[in-house]
Design a protein around this ligand. Structure first.
Ligand code: GRF
Length: 206
């Protein structure tokens, strides 16, 4: 059966759209079971509805982090989600959430982690003066952008880059590596050893 994805987003949802496009083109063998947002007006939610996908707003107002996470987890379990993909989801997850999907939660971040975690990663890279930055898909743990790294893509920083131009080139890479990482994990081609995510050797066909 095709792996069932639960996408969590808070904003425009371009990474969600890239995943959906890869699926539609047959480049990612998965299905999107549900898209959930903590922001009722997130453009990504509307984009999901336009694609005919289940798109749900779950508000966090007045709830503790864990109470909110329990609602998320119960919806994801109802939808029989195999893999949770954070795609611009602007909240830290509680340990309850992390333990509910062990090594089954991915995030995409617009820097070469562990450099520049947190907000405005592209601006942080520019201000630091690095010559290369990029993006990272990683497993989610309880820290901020700190879990084991699955895939990265490198993007050079150009002398005339602004936050906008650099972000746009990084985003194009995000849209490629997220689907590749999802496929690797769904196909059980990754093995986590401490901080390292190793590729499982595939048996040669004769
Ligand atoms: C992306 O840059 C992603 O790396 C970060 O949040 C942004 C989300 O963008 N985690 P979008 O909503 O997927 O367009």
């Amino acid at each position: 059966m095709r792996g069932r994805l639960g996408i969590l987003l808070s904003g425009r949802g371009s990474n969600f759209e890239a995943i959906a496009d890869h699926i539609e083109r047959g480049e990612l063998d998965a299905q999107i079971a549900v898209v959930i947002s903590n922001a009722s007006q997130a453009p990504g939610l509307e984009k999901a509805r336009q694609r005919g996908l289940e798109a749900i707003f779950i508000g966090s107002k007045g709830l503790s982090r864990e109470e909110f996470d329990r609602r998320l987890v119960s919806t994801l379990k109802e939808e029989q989600v195999d893999l949770v993909c954070l795609a611009g989801f602007m909240r830290l997850l509680s340990s309850y959430f992390i333990k509910s999907f062990p090594h089954r939660i991915l995030n995409i971040h617009p820097s070469l982690l562990p450099s520049f975690p947190g907000l405005n990663a592209q601006q942080q890279a520019l201000e630091h003066g690095v010559k290369y930055t990029g993006c990272t898909v990683h497993f989610v743990d309880e820290g901020l952008d700190s879990g084991p790294i699955i895939l990265q893509a490198v993007v050079p920083v150009l002398d005339n880059d602004t936050e906008q131009t650099l972000s746009a080139r990084i985003l194009a890479e995000e849209h490629e590596i997220y689907s590749r990482a999802i496929q690797l994990v769904l196909d059980n081609q990754t093995r986590v050893e401490g901080r390292r995510v190793l590729r499982v050797a595939t048996t040669e066909c004769t």
